[in-house]
Ligand binder design. Structure first.
Ligand code: BTN
Length: 304
């Protein structure tokens, strides 16, 4: 989509974000476009998974107001120890992992650099799956981390992040959070968050990890039909609402602290936390590796 169209689309969303009625005429005036053009923008808004409806004589309204991510709020809520971490908040991107990769190629970014977005038009999950990413309702973020030891340390890193995300969700008050190997985050057997680590670099030598995290916060009605696996969201498990900016800041602070610790001590400090959430602990499992198969009881992870 061309930049001007994208800017106008975001302007429409921001205008509607207060949850009040806005007439097509008023939106058109603000954007300097016709009412017909406004109705096309509204269709685009709906394609982003936003629940918007129209009442004759009143105009357009969202089903519920939006609480947008705000870089200043996030910066104010980030831990002192992570306050120097560089981050950006975007509105609509293909995938936050793509944005980190782009920044990695066009400039020098430091480990910890983080991207948050309100919506992803091509959000991806593990094993080539789509990650449903409607606007302004869930959390989509990616961190950059430089792997001095090369790609071999990436598996441990992915386990560390899974356990941090599980703990962050639990900290918000969500009961019964579990981790399913290697880093699916579930509640009651339903997916609440996922981690996608993508790597760049040479097999031997420094590698670059792009760590994408998606958390279902409040899945809007229109996106529910697109979900292809059992899922849940934080909103339906908590009685009280909370600020997504707080979740963003908590995630940034805790992932940054954990990755620094991982750099220094490896997996050792995280084993206990991982086991605490381990859904497969003491369960019969089958490990399939090509034509080889191992049958046994999952006992958790060790340092390697
Ligand atoms: C999974 O399949 O469990 C992993 C899902 C990871 C989704 C996140 S959302 C932010 C980042 N950008 C993406 O395109 N994917 C990850």
């Amino acid at each position: 989509m061309k930049q001007q169209r994208l800017d106008r689309l975001i302007a429409v969303i921001e205008q509607l974000g207060d949850g009040h009625f806005h007439s097509g005429e008023a939106i058109g005036q603000q954007l300097n476009v016709s009412r017909t053009a406004v109705s096309k923008y509204i269709q685009e808004v709906q394609k982003l998974g936003i629940d918007v409806f129209r009442v004759t004589g009143k105009g357009y309204r969202l089903m519920s107001p939006l609480q947008l991510l705000d870089a200043e709020k996030i910066a104010a809520l980030v831990n002192q120890a992570s306050s120097a971490v560089d981050f950006e908040v975007d509105r609509i991107v293909t995938s936050t992992n793509d944005v980190v990769k782009q920044r990695l190629h066009e400039s020098t970014i430091q480990s910890g650099f983080t991207v948050f977005a309100e919506a992803q038009t091509a959000g991806r999950g593990r094993r080539g799956k789509q990650w449903v990413s409607p606007f302004g309702s869930n959390l989509y973020t990616s961190f950059y981390w430089r792997l001095e030891q090369g790609m071999s340390s990436a598996m441990g890193l992915s386990l560390v992040i899974g356990s941090v995300v599980a703990r962050v969700i639990e900290t918000l008050g969500v009961p019964g959070v579990e981790l399913k190997w290697p880093n699916d985050i579930l509640v009651d057997g339903k997916k609440i968050a996922g981690v996608l680590v993508e790597l760049e670099g040479q097999a031997l030598g420094v590698a670059h990890a792009i760590i994408g995290i998606g958390i279902n916060v409040a899945m809007p009605e229109p996106s529910k039909a697109a979900m292809d696996q059992p899922w849940t969201d934080i909103g339906s498990l908590l009685v009280e609402g909370f600020d997504r900016n707080k979740l963003a800041a908590l995630l940034l602070s805790d992932c940054h602290a954990a990755l620094l610790q991982f750099n220094q001590f490896g997996l050792k400090p995280f084993i206990q936390q991982w086991q605490q959430f381990d859904r497969l602990s003491n369960q019969h499992v089958r490990i399939i590796m090509g034509d080889k198969e191992i049958v046994g009881i999952a006992m958790g992870i060790d340092e390697t």
